[in-house]
Design a protein around this ligand. Structure first.
Ligand SMILES: Nc1ncnc2c1ncn2[C@@H]1O[C@H](COP(=O)(O)OP(=O)(O)O)[C@@H](O)[C@H]1O
Ligand SMILES: O=c1ccn([C@@H]2O[C@H](COP(=O)(O)OP(=O)(O)O)[C@@H](O)[C@H]2O)c(=O)[nH]1
Length: 238
């Protein structure tokens, strides 16, 4: 019997974190460690949906800053997440973990389109579903996609695995005095403009009463600890 605290989770993986110490792209070692952790959680009987970012390949804001049309740049960012999703699914296959990629943008020869009912069915069958191409809309982020897909599939929590080990009073990369919160309410996180998630994602999770746990993608065993209901990172709650 599983002693996990959740039956269904939505895990948001930072694209940038997939680079590891590389300057660009996907670091094999990082991906296989993440896959091993997801496999462990899957074997505990937890249904896992994943939203993956694309920042290791392309970020819309960066394209727009250098003069590109913002929407065009954002579509490129969404396509970057599809590549990451395929790499992740393939790493899962090599680890004997069944996975399906569903894309919010149609590329039927490559991956399944996003169909909510089918995604839920895959989850019930014990397959990991990787949601690619974010929300399918420019001007959004994969954090918002995580809040959206998490709400749609009825996940009990959104787990944001990122470069920092929780939510801080200020950006810890800029302010060495910043203190980590153990728990924080949505109202306070939004009110204080804490930028670890974008405001749209925070607002959607708050409306849906969908808690978020922010933790470090680099800390071995952290994902399992969060899933077991142990104290790890920061819990953002209603
Ligand atoms: N109050 C805060 N607490 C924690 N991290 C913060 C905060 N404000 C800004 N950040 C920054 O948010 C980043 C994580 O968010 P983001 O860049 O969206 O990551 P991801 O690529 O995982 O989506 C961290 O690297 C951190 O520097
Ligand atoms: O619903 C979405 C999700 C993502 N993106 C684009 O895809 C890029 C990659 O996603 P994100 O920056 O969220 O990835 P991460 O920060 O997790 O690496 C973004 O910069 C956006 O340009 C988008 O336009 N709409």
């Amino acid at each position: 019997m599983s002693a996990a605290a959740y039956k269904r989770i939505l895990l948001k993986l930072s694209g940038e974190a997939l680079m590891g110490d590389d300057a660009y792209g996907i670091n094999e070692e990082v991906v296989s460690r993440i896959v091993a952790e997801i496999t462990e959680v899957n074997r505990l009987g937890v249904q896992v949906g994943v939203v993956i970012g694309g920042g290791n390949i392309f970020r819309g804001m960066k394209g727009a800053a250098s003069g590109m049309d913002r929407a065009t740049a954002d579509y490129m960012g969404m396509l970057a997440t599809v590549m990451n999703a395929m790499a992740l699914a393939d790493a899962m296959r090599r680890n004997d973990l069944e996975a399906r990629v569903q894309s919010a943008l149609r590329i039927d020869q490559v991956v399944e389109p996003y169909i909510r009912g089918r995604a839920i069915r895959h989850l019930e069958e014990g397959r990991v579903v990787i949601f690619a191409a974010g929300t399918g809309n420019p001007f959004f982020t994969t954090d918002t996609a995580a809040a959206l897909r998490g709400s749609e599939i009825g996940a009990q929590i959104v787990l944001k695995a990122t470069k920092v080990d929780g939510v801080y009073t200020a950006d810890p990369k800029k302010d060495p005095q910043a203190q980590r919160y153990h728990r924080i309410s949505f109202d306070e996180a939004i009110g204080r403009n804490l930028a670890v998630l974008d405001a749209t994602a925070f607002a959607l999770c708050r409306d849906q009463k969908l808690p978020i746990n922010v933790f470090s993608i680099f800390k071995p065993g952290a994902l399992t600890r969060v899933v077991m209901g142990e104290d790890e990172g920061t819990l953002v709650h209603s």
